[in-house]
Design a protein around this ligand. Structure first.
Ligand SMILES: Cc1cc2nc3c(=O)[nH]c(=O)nc-3n(C[C@H](O)[C@H](O)[C@H](O)COP(=O)(O)OP(=O)(O)OC[C@H]3O[C@@H](n4cnc5c(N)ncnc54)[C@H](O)[C@@H]3O)c2cc1C
Length: 448
């Protein structure tokens, strides 16, 4: 196969990992990134400071040979720590033991590790280079720097890893209808901070993802290695309560003291953080077409941005990179590789998009609901009894690498079985475990 030539737009998480994988395969890779080089100006994220890394993302790092380096700076999260009112928080483990946990990692540091490895492998990064116009017929694109100076360059094949607001996607849509649909959640987020304790160390349990569920909204906190926590408020844009109502420091204070009394003493600067930090909008992006023959392809958030409640956007984007790299290696013809990639990933992207929205309801609402807790208990006992067939959907998404669509399908069957078994019961004493076994073995195949 002749040496291939790829031009990537965006050196975020997906772009950097893909650049590394493709370069290692012997391709010529050039990446244009809108931001300045993070090594000279520091990482300017504008988005969540830390991220939950799970098995799919870890697998991508493993393939890239970066798992060890990244894990040295990761904090284990064994489960959810649920804070209700002023009561002692309640811990809910994610999996069966410490082999089933997720990890909190710093976005900027992770991005830099992958980017540096890609550069070392031979990928060429161009910073302060924002994609402007694209002429797909002449295979020429225009990049613009921060001062507005333009540069025209030729390309062979373009890959858009430029995130949810992808400029490449917009350029592709000028040529072909990609069937784009953006579903706004109607809720936004704001980041705050729990600083490290005065003498160092964590003010609350470090090895957990903390949640303050309040029905229609919630606060969450993920640990950082320096002892601090990044806190995120998720709340409706309008209505009561909503971001629209929190328009003065007094309103913000009154809302937090009323709704999150146990969190307020942990966040000495929350009023300043609230005023200074941007409010981020949340949406799900679905596209019918992900590529333009062999000339351009979208990956990561550029193709399928999702809401962040399953902590899977980056994990899914890393899975994209591994899959695309595999398919490019398998297909001699680029167009068929791109088509195979879209065909394999789109159903999975749609599935995780749906499950991420469902997880918002679970996190902000159900974790405080008695029936939900009973179902979780039942789920755990069935998973213990039939571990080869019945695996909680959360575990399939976070700790396994079976397709998201398959995890969703099996999850639906499992929910039906549990609903039928539980009926209107208020405890597990009446569960007919023989019937459970019969249904599980007849309706669920062995998990790969
Ligand atoms: C609040 C929040 C919390 C999240 N938490 C998690 C989590 O816990 N776990 C998880 O797995 N995912 C999480 N995500 C999702 C995750 O952030 C994204 O899925 C991930 O960043 C997607 O990677 P990407 O490389 O596709 O896009 P991005 O990370 O957005 O990278 C895009 C890159 O392209 C560059 N770019 C943009 N436009 C241009 C242009 N015109 N020209 C050149 N370059 C351009 C940008 O500067 C950026 O560097 C979260 C998201 C949010 C908003």
């Amino acid at each position: 196969m002749p040496q291939r030539d790829y031009t990537l737009i965006g050196a975020g998480l997906a772009g950097s990992l893909l650049a590394l994988l493709l370069t290692r395969r012997g391709a010529r890779v050039r990446v244009f990134e809108r931001r300045a080089d993070p090594r000279s100006v520091g990482y300017v994220g504008g988005r969540s400071i830390n991220l939950a890394l799970a098995e799919r993302g870890l697998h991508g790092l493993r393939v890239a040979g970066l798992e060890r380096e990244v894990m040295q700076q990761a904090t284990m999260m064994r489960g959810r720590m649920v804070h209700e009112g002023l009561e002692e928080p309640r811990f809910m483990r994610y999996g069966s033991d410490d082999s089933e946990v997720i990890w909190s990692v710093n976005r900027g540091r992770l991005n830099l590790s992958v980017l540096e490895a890609a550069e070392e492998a031979g990928a060429h990064f161009h910073f302060d280079a924002s994609l402007g116009a694209v002429d797909f017929d002449r295979r020429e694109l225009c990049v613009v720097d921060g001062l507005g100076a333009q540069r025209h360059v030729n390309f062979d094949s373009l890959i858009g890893s430029d995130g949810a607001g992808s400029a490449l996607r917009a350029a592709m849509m000028d040529v072909r209808d990609l069937g784009e649909r953006t579903e706004w959640l109607g809720h936004s987020y704001k980041e705050l901070e729990i600083p490290a304790a005065a003498g160092g160390g964590f003010r609350i349990e470090p090895n957990a993802l903390h949640i303050w569920p309040r029905g229609g909204y919630m606060l969450i906190a993920l640990p950082n290695v320096d002892g601090s926590f990044t806190v995120t408020l998720f709340l409706a844009n309008d209505g009561e309560p909503s971001f629209a109502h929190l328009h003065s420091a007094d309103h913000v204070r009154e809302f937090f003291v009323r709704e999150f009394p146990s969190a307020v003493p942990l966040m000495p600067e929350y009023l300043q953080d609230f005023e200074q930090n941007p409010t981020g909008m949340l949406a799900t992006l679905r596209l019918e077409q992900w590529h333009l023959d062999r000339r351009a392809l979208l990956i990561g958030d550029a193709a399928h941005a999702i809401v962040p409640f399953h902590g899977q956007g980056m994990n899914c984007a890393f899975e994209d990179c591994v899959e695309l790299d595999r398919l490019l290696n398998e297909h001699d013809d680029l167009e068929s590789a791109f088509a195979a990639f879209a065909a394999s990933r789109k159903p999975n992207a749609d599935a995780i998009a749906d499950m991420a929205i469902e997880n918002y309801v679970e996190m902000r609402d159900s974790v405080a609901d008695d029936r939900f807790l009973l179902l979780k208990q039942l789920e755990r006992s069935l998973a213990g009894l039939h571990s080869q067939h019945f695996v909680p959907r959360y575990s399939m998404v976070m700790f396994r690498r079976i397709g998201y669509a398959e995890a969703q399908r099996r999850g639906r069957i499992q929910t039906h079985i549990m609903d039928d078994l539980l009926g209107n019961a208020t405890d597990l004493n009446t569960i007919d475990y023989a019937r459970a076994e019969q249904r599980i073995l007849s309706e669920l195949t062995l998990l790969p």
